[in-house]
Design a protein around this ligand. Structure first.
Ligand code: DAH
Length: 342
């Protein structure tokens, strides 16, 4: 029976050994020495066969129980060692300054856009949007802009895909939208009148960047369609919004102009104290007009029944006026020294 009597002391030395391991490598080593394939307890199991038959069940049971106990001791010790390794080596200095989390803010263009959207919401407008990768149909054809119109030239339009402009009109050739007016078409085609939408969004033109131009910029489009809509509604709406966003000293002036999707068409000039300070009387700020009957035809609205107005203006322009910024490129540089000021 000396075999059975050996088990308990052997287990005790194994436990002592495992608990004495001070790091993971030495723990692995004593694991191997006791319960690994070449370990002493594994060896005991192998010796079972040499015991008298009636002693084997009791001995097997004892060895297994000891092995389970050793496995538990092993993983407990492993946890202890890992926990200790994860603890700081040096005492914590609670008097050190904390890590300050910088608080961000909205980009000035986003702030201005939000304010314009809010001003229009008060008047019952909702925000709509459309794809920045448009096609010629929505950007030009459906807006009554003929194939030979200069806006469709490769010079000022980013065609994507095969990079060449076809001679045919009514094309679905993809391009980066040159204006948000394309969304007028998408919205009118997707729902019946009345319509009261604004469309803030990014637009693209092949312009070289300078203080007042950038190949990417932002516009807000507006569209109002109902029965009996007049130029008076247009003027009143635009004036209310500009006063809301830029202050009550704002004055607007409507000048006759040409756009193919409106008739009559106008440009809106703007002035306030800041414009005067810049040494100017008026700044041109938006295009607008009464929706052209052909555009209504193109989206399936009856131009004898429905009337409407539309406008489009650049958001950067408004932001520059509001904050007195003189170089449009500052908006895109993401220089925190600039952004922090808004
Ligand atoms: N799409 C024009 C532009 O990008 C702006 C514009 C003019 C929009 C007249 C309109 C409009 O909706 O009626 O310059």
């Amino acid at each position: 029976m000396s075999f059975l009597n050996d088990i308990e002391p052997l287990k005790q030395s194994a436990l002592a050994d495992l608990n004495a391991a001070s790091d993971l490598p030495s723990l692995e080593q004593s694991k191997g020495a006791w319960i690994g394939p070449q370990g002493k307890f594994t060896g005991l199991m192998k010796q079972l066969g040499s015991l008298p038959k009636e002693d084997r069940p009791a001995a097997g049971k004892l060895i297994n129980a000891a092995k389970i106990e050793l496995e538990a001791a092993l993983s407990a010790r492993r946890e202890e060692i890992e926990l200790k390794a994860a603890q700081p080596k040096e005492p914590t200095d609670w008097t050190l300054p904390g890590r300050r989390r910088a608080v961000g803010r909205l980009h000035p263009l986003t702030q201005v856009t939000d304010d314009i959207v809010k001003a229009f919401r008060k008047l019952g407008f909702v925000v709509a949007d459309g794809p920045e990768i448009e096609d010629e149909y929505h950007c030009f054809d459906a807006l009554n802009t003929p194939a030979d119109h200069p806006a469709r030239d490769l010079q000022d339009t980013f065609y994507v895909g095969n990079n060449s402009k076809p001679e045919t009109s009514n094309s679905r050739l993809p391009l980066l939208r040159t204006h948000t007016s394309s969304v007028q078409i998408r919205v009118m085609k997707s729902q019946p009148p009345p319509i009261r939408i604004i469309v803030p969004g990014r637009v693209y033109r092949r312009d070289n960047a300078d203080a007042t131009h950038n190949p990417t910029f932002h516009q807000i489009e507006g569209l109002y369609v109902d029965k009996g809509v007049t130029v008076g509604d247009l003027k009143g709406t635009v004036e209310a919004v500009f006063k809301d966003v830029l202050g009550s000293d704002v004055k607007l002036r409507f000048r006759p102009h040409y756009f193919s999707y409106t008739e009559p068409s106008m440009e809106i000039d703007f002035t306030n104290a800041l414009v005067k300070k810049l040494g100017k009387d008026w700044l041109e700020i938006a295009g607008c007009g009464m929706v052209h009957p052909q555009v209504f035809e193109n989206v399936g609205y009856d131009p004898e029944v429905w009337t409407g107005w539309a406008f489009g203006f650049g958001i950067e322009r408004i932001a520059m006026l509001r904050y007195g910024i003189t170089d449009i490129r500052l908006f895109y540089e993401n220089d925190v020294r600039f952004l922090r000021q808004f």
